[in-house]
Design a protein around this ligand. Sequence first.
Ligand code: SF4
Ligand code: FES
Length: 365
Amino acid sequence: MSDTTLFKVTIDNISIDVPAGTTILNAARMIGGDVAPPAMCYYSKLEGSGGKCRTCLVEVSKGSEKDPRPMPKLVASCRTTVMDGMEVKNITSPKVVDARAGIVEFLLLNHPLDCPICDQAGECHLQDLSYEHGKEGTRYEFQRRTFKKHDLGKYIQLHMTRCILCYRCVFAADQLTGKREHGILDRGDHSEIATMIEKNLQSDFIGNVIDVCPVGALTDKTFRFKNRVWFLKPMNAHRDCPTCSGKVTLWNRGEEVFRVTARKDQWGEVEEWICNECRFEKKLSSDWTIEGPRLIDRHSVISQGHYAGTVGTNMPTETIEAVLHGRKPKLLMDIHEVSEVNRPKIELSKINGPAHSNNFNPDND
Ligand code: SF4
Ligand code: FES
């Protein structure tokens, strides 16, 4: 069949013509909004991804014009291609809503409830999924899995307890780097992300595994614990990079660049892969040409941080002082007693204004 053949598919009562070979998920994304099922493992830029997490399940109530029988079971929309005349139910199907709540429960079986200290909080797809599709409680009464710690090198921190085994990072490493050095070892509930014989991940593009990870299992060591993403201002910026396109999003507070990530589209997928040098080594505003604020979906908590007029390099107003009529807040807790996050000689309660990344201990990885 030629690529230009169009199939008509109806999803949640909205019809669209899509090229033959399009998956139900991608057809739903073309319609957009709530019609698009959530996807925790599929990633359009990674070949072979999808089919692992089952969050994208949908009901096919009519197979096609030629064979209108419904499909007997819910199907993974990221792996099922449309047929001409197909009718699909996503949010309009009580079966799908119920199954998705069950999937969320499964994904959370072993996932720790450490959102308050997790760097992914605020941009975690599992957090969004559980708010939108999960149930309030858990029926799980057993101990969650624990793992031996693996050191992946100076840039990337692995928290295996948070991993949902979506395989995205494995595909990313396989397809972006010359030689993949990590993968999923063992089987069943012993499966874990690891490198063989404690290797470090070093390839020039390996930092992208942080961006594709839907949860906080792989995080940026140069940003860990330094700030909450919703306190930072995302800005489009670029530089003349010999290795990658150099087009990134900077996450600033005032003039300080806290982290650098690839730019992500409305589905949370990277638009262009970036190299390690741009991501981990270029942390000065002067390294970049700032283009302007990056628009973040209005549903995201990050979009609550409003831009202060110019390109977002203005310091945020100190609201506590304003509320206290100019009086400086007195902080009573000496963080040294409870944390090793900051540098030993820095007392966070005594520094002027908000903490900067050089107040924190770089060795605390
Ligand atoms: S570490 Fe992240 S990207 Fe890799 S398999 Fe686990 S959840 Fe997926
Ligand atoms: S997104 Fe389809 S199975 Fe994970």
